[in-house]
Design a protein around this ligand. Structure first.
Ligand SMILES: Nc1ncnc2c1ncn2[C@@H]1O[C@H](COP(=O)(O)OP(=O)(O)OP(=O)(O)O)[C@@H](O)[C@H]1O
Ligand SMILES: [Mg+2]
Length: 254
């Protein structure tokens, strides 16, 4: 295949020009960063697993009517997606207290919230992604009030669905981050789910042991990071079929 033009290199993925207008290719790297790039490393096979996990979850969400950017998986590390204009907001949905919420309010991790909380952060690495309110988002023109209503209602539906899906495989969905983008169809703007849904941006705890099965294992040096991502993929039923030779980490894979 002809070499693709690189449009953007992020911390976890590279975005290439797609084969047809209005598409881009997401290439999933093994690179891992935490605390806004202050901690760096690699998680062998992560890219392969996140590509598969995100494909699986986006397809399931499409089945329940959530519009997503996912078009099709191209190979072990790449997927074709619709090109969007990213809304520069990270939407965080929380069901159980953990991470920065636990820290800010000095509350124990693992405490269930009486109801799910949606938070917004402005995507700006140089500012450490500051938390913002709907007022900031609309005042600065990042999204309109109707855009935000749609983002909020999609995020809550995604939360309900994913909570159930993970419960079914013995995993508690503690919290997760979403990104949305705009596409235009016959002059009509639509907001669709973009980026990825994977253990890089979800907190997933084993229902019985409370063991962490997500990027917190990397952030907190808990070890067993690859194994945790693999276990999520295994429970979802999507580990590569052809046995150990084809497992993440094998260099022969694209
Ligand atoms: N469908 C899409 N079309 C265009 N850009 C997208 C799409 N989906 C995701 N992106 C953007 O592509 C980039 C993916 O790379 P990566 O996740 O590695 O970025 P990052 O290092 O987390 O940086 P950023 O702060 O920009 O998210 C992100 O900037 C994300 O917002
Ligand atoms: Mg990212």
């Amino acid at each position: 295949m002809a070499k693709r033009r690189q449009l953007y290199e992020g911390k976890a993925k590279v975005i290439f020009e797609g084969p047809e207008p209005g598409t881009v290719v997401q290439y999933f790297k093994d690179d891992a960063t935490a605390f806004n790039n202050k901690k760096k490393g690699t998680i062998t096979g992560k890219g392969v697993l996140n590509n598969r996990i995100s494909e699986y979850l986006m397809l399931k969400l499409a089945d329940i009517g959530i519009p997503t950017h996912f078009v099709r998986r191209l190979n072990m590390r790449e997927q074709l997606v619709r090109e969007v204009e990213i809304i520069p907001i990270e939407v965080v949905v929380r069901n159980i207290i953990a991470g920065s919420l636990a820290k800010r309010f000095d509350m124990p991790e693992g405490t269930p919230l009486p109801r799910s909380i949606v938070e917004y952060y402005y995507k700006a690495d140089e500012l450490d992604d500051p938390m913002v309110s709907e007022e900031h988002i609309t005042a600065f023109g990042w999204a309109t009030p109707p855009d935000l209503d749609e983002i909020m209602s999609m995020s809550l539906r995604i939360n309900d669905f994913l909570t159930g899906l993970f419960l079914g495989i013995g995993i508690r969905l503690i919290d997760f981050k979403l990104e949305f983008g705009r596409v235009w169809e016959e002059e009509q703007m639509r907001i669709i789910l973009a980026d990825e849904i994977s253990p890089d941006n979800c907190r997933l705890w084993d229902m019985n042991t409370n063991e962490k099965m997500d990027k917190d294992r990397f952030r907190r040096d808990l070890g067993g990071v690859e194994e945790a991502y693999q276990e999520v993929a295994r429970r979802l039923g999507i580990l590569p079929e052809s046995g150990p030779g084809d497992m993440p980490g094998s260099d022969t894979m694209q």
